[in-house]
Design a protein around this ligand. Structure first.
Ligand code: NAP
Length: 559
């Protein structure tokens, strides 16, 4: 009864270190780790101990006897990662080499104090890595009233197990030395220089908060949006709650075929009664109940062998949605199959070759995958009416009518005030997370990055764990070697400054009160019903119990 890694794998590698026989690969020290679509359990070496099940933060691992029918393809997918051999491997006591947490050398001028900007996965993994050492203090600044970045505002509502990683983040936020400053925007309420005065270092894990824009005529017409705006809308991000998402036409076109496009297409075609059991924003659920959308076309500019979505997501999509192909695209899939040697791509093409035919009558909302379509212009005068594509590699054009056109061509980082920025890669120039001055090539004192603003918008939630760990190792080395300036003020001075600039700052008690209010609003059938306006979030945070007087006095004495 070997265990199996399934679709919601976050790739953070916790299972690797829990496994007593090192049968989960690639491990974070192996070359394929950074680009792996998921991790895989070797069925011949697995000793069925289940240690990986408890270690996995997103509930992605099950014994092969307990899989849901739609998870069965993952049995073969895990096995296919390992070379075929005769017989079962004997158990081994070889453990994956554990990456050592960095050892902070105590200094007489006080403990290591780090400001982390952002509270998504890279920020939380960085805080966790720092707080493995006693005495370290981490202040986490987040501009929204709620933490956890794209885990809250990006992961699709119908992927609840992926969101389970927030339980790990909640535990990290309760560690000694951790302080939340939610609803505080660095660059508006506080400057980079001020953060540096109060900390030894500032680590930015702000992600890639905007999208790559498609530069074709008609983008910007009513009825054109980016897929990531729609993601933020259905996930209840306060800045997108009022977005107009026009679902009055029968067809939506999405340009680009990465995992974000798949997420959006799935939500737009899902049964609203199924979504009603998720944490989807109430306004989005109401709009989806009134939706007339019958088909979402996901249009890629290259062929099926170059599909940007990952295999686990394709398996999940085809298990739950009706997905079809045009005849021409099926011919492309069949023509590509014999040419492909990479097993993952081959597996994708085999799944695509078995999809239904788009000429069949539409019986329920469906998704059509389309290939070789380079977007040329958005059709329509006053509002979007479709997209004219060039058939890639030919002189032909192909029009697809649609009332809503979404571009899903990737996220993009934005400059951070006070730090250099590489406009081409849309990242902060860095070496292993140390921010670099592009002119001198030297590190910018006390400044670090982790996550998408460090390496660009690729990878999964757990990819940020090793990314953040690398940054933290370099930060701690700099601290130990005396390259970081000690804070000029006591910790209580930071608290006073933040509260004077942003009286509505929310701390961990405020977040706990918001969390409890949302869970209560969700009732028996939903994990939570999100509050989607800052006013309502502040109201819920205000219900947090007061800190008892003796704690406040103690904190004052320490600070
Ligand atoms: P992505 O995977 O980078 O896909 C971008 C898509 O846009 C590709 O199909 C790309 O085509 C296309 N594209 C780029 N420029 C274009 C242009 N000018 N015209 C037409 N098409 C263009 O981006 P994403 O979907 O935003 O995902 C970002 C990251 O988040 C990925 O690492 C993804 O795996 C991850 N993610 C994971 C999950 C999950 O695991 N469930 C969910 C969401 C996101 P080409 O390939 O031809 O360039």
């Amino acid at each position: 009864m070997p265990h199996v890694v399934t679709q919601s794998c976050c790739s953070d590698g916790s299972c690797v270190y829990a496994c007593p026989v090192n049968c989960i690969h690639p491990t974070p020290d192996e070359p394929g780790f950074a680009t792996a679509e998921m991790l895989y359990i070797d069925p011949d070496a697995c000793v069925d101990c289940g240690a990986c099940v408890s270690a996995c933060p997103v509930g992605a691992i099950s014994p092969d006897t307990k899989l849901q029918p739609e998870q069965l393809p993952f049995v073969e997918l895990n096995a296919a990662f390992y070379p075929k051999r005769e017989g079962k491997l004997p158990p081994t006591s070889k453990l994956a080499p554990v990456l050592q947490a960095p050892m902070v050398h105590r200094r007489p001028d006080g403990p290591l104090r780090v400001a982390v900007v952002g509270s998504g996965p890279a920020a939380m993994y960085a805080a966790d890595e720092l707080l493995t050492q006693r005495g370290v203090e981490v202040s986490v600044f987040e501009k929204l009233p709620t933490p956890y970045g794209l885990v809250r505002a990006g992961v699709a509502p119908d992927h609840p197990s992926t969101k389970r990683v927030t339980r790990l983040f909640d535990r990290i936020a309760q560690s000694p030395g951790f302080t939340f400053y939610l609803n505080v925007e660095v660059g508006r309420h506080l400057t980079h220089a001020e953060l540096l005065e109060h900390h030894n270092a500032v680590l930015y894990a702000v992600g890639a908060p905007t999208d790559r824009r498609l530069d074709i005529d008609g983008i910007g017409l009513p009825g054109t949006l980016t897929a990531t705006e729609v993601v933020a809308w259905y996930n209840g991000h306060p800045e997108f709650a009022d977005l107009t998402v026009d679902l009055t036409d029968e067809r939506v076109v999405i340009v680009g075929n990465g995992n974000v496009a798949l997420d959006v297409a799935r939500i737009l075609t899902a049964d609203p009664d199924v979504l009603a059991r998720t944490d989807i924003a109430d306004h989005a659920l109401a709009a989806l109940r009134d939706s007339r959308v019958q088909e979402v076309v996901i249009a890629a500019r290259r062929g099926p062998e170059a599909s940007a979505f990952t295999l686990p997501e394709l398996i999940g999509l085809t298990a739950t949605c009706e997905v079809v192909l045009d005849r021409e695209d099926r011919d492309r899939v069949l023509a590509a199959l014999p040419e492909v040697s990479d097993p993952l791509t081959r597996n994708k093409l085999e799944i695509l070759s078995k999809l239904g035919d788009a000429s069949a009558p539409i019986t329920r909302p469906r998704i059509r995958l389309a290939y070789q379509l380079t977007p040329h212009r958005v059709l329509g005068e006053q509002k979007a009416a479709g997209v004219r594509f060039a058939v890639t590699g030919t002189d032909r054009t192909h029009d697809i009518a649609a009332g809503l056109v979404l571009t899903s061509i990737g996220y993009r980082g934005i400059p951070i005030p006070g730090l250099p920025f590489d406009e081409t890669a849309a990242v902060v120039p860095n070496a292993g997370g140390r921010v670099l001055d592009p002119d001198s090539g030297k590190p910018v004192a006390g400044s670090y990055v982790a996550g998408w603003i460090k390496r660009g918008p690729t990878g999964f939630i757990g990819t940020n764990k090793s990314c953040a760990a690398e940054t933290v190792r370099n930060l701690v080395d700099d601290y130990n070697d005396g390259r970081l300036t000690a804070p000029a003020h006591k910790p209580s001075a930071l608290d006073r400054m933040v509260r004077s600039r942003q009286p509505d700052v929310i701390d961990h008690r405020g977040w706990a009160a918001i969390d409890a209010a949302e869970v209560a609003r969700g009732g028996d059938h939903r994990p939570r019903a999100k509050l989607t306006s800052v006013v309502n979030l502040l109201e819920a945070a205000a219900a947090a119990p007061e800190v008892p007087m003796h704690r406040r006095l103690l904190a004052g004495l320490r600070g």
